[in-house]
Design a protein around this ligand. Structure first.
Ligand code: SLL
Length: 206
């Protein structure tokens, strides 16, 4: 049965009662510099947004803006291609703001996600290793509620080509829905809430 559609505010055709969900992972991966550590550069770290399997998410996300702590030069960093990742050196932990901008045909507002850069392991705080990084990842689900029909048709059955892997891919966590069900449900609600404003905007046109 063909889905019911309606026309949104900008004349775009949307799928009524449909939801398109795309999971992503936001993470940091920090290596202690050991003998090379200085007062202002004790760690080399990476910050990224990735597909759950490390796949290229460029068909959904056109740009990621990473907002770093103001102690960094040019703290606003934009990445428009896979891997959506930056590499930095620093000395302190802080809260990062990550903004995801979606492909134009999705016609959705950007979404902001907060993430903590961790340099020190909570389990073994004194045990710093130059080989084993401290990895902090969070699972998020991007929920496109009543998506634009053309966007949905383009992405719903699209399998991203196997992209070259990030150099830190061996340190990525795996996310098993059964193990992380609680976290996943929490992420679903949070991101769904952020994206819901667009849906409400269009409800009056239903
Ligand atoms: C803290 N509230 O006091 C945090 C701030 C800021 C970390 C951490 C800058 C590196 C550079 C840097 O690592 N800032 O200057 O290039 O722990």
């Amino acid at each position: 049965m063909a889905s019911d559609t309606f026309v949104g505010q900008r004349g775009e055709r949307r799928l009524r009662h449909k939801e398109f969900v795309y999971p992503v992972v936001v993470g940091t991966c920090a290596f202690y510099l050991g003998k090379k550590a200085t007062e202002t550069q004790s760690h080399k770290w990476y910050l990224y947004v990735r597909g759950v399997s490390g796949e290229d998410i460029g068909h959904i996300v056109k740009k990621v803006v990473f907002n770093l702590h103001p102690t960094f030069p040019n703290p606003t960093r934009e990445v428009t291609v896979h891997p959506f990742e930056i590499e930095e050196h620093g000395w302190g932990e802080f809260e990062l703001n990550v903004t995801l901008h979606f492909a134009d045909d999705a016609q959705e507002q950007p979404v902001e996600i907060y993430h903590k850069l961790k340099l020190y392991s909570e389990v073994e705080p004194g045990n710093q290793s130059t080989k084993k990084p401290v990895v902090n990842e969070q699972y998020e689900e991007l929920i496109f509620s009543e998506p634009v029909e053309a966007f949905y048709q383009r992405v719903s059955n699209y399998a991203p080509p196997v992209a070259f892997q990030s150099t830190i891919a061996p340190h990525f966590r795996t996310f098993e829905p059964a193990d992380d069900l609680q976290k996943i449900n929490h992420a679903r609600q949070r991101v769904a809430h952020m994206m819901a404003n667009v849906k409400h905007q269009f409800e009056s046109y239903a």
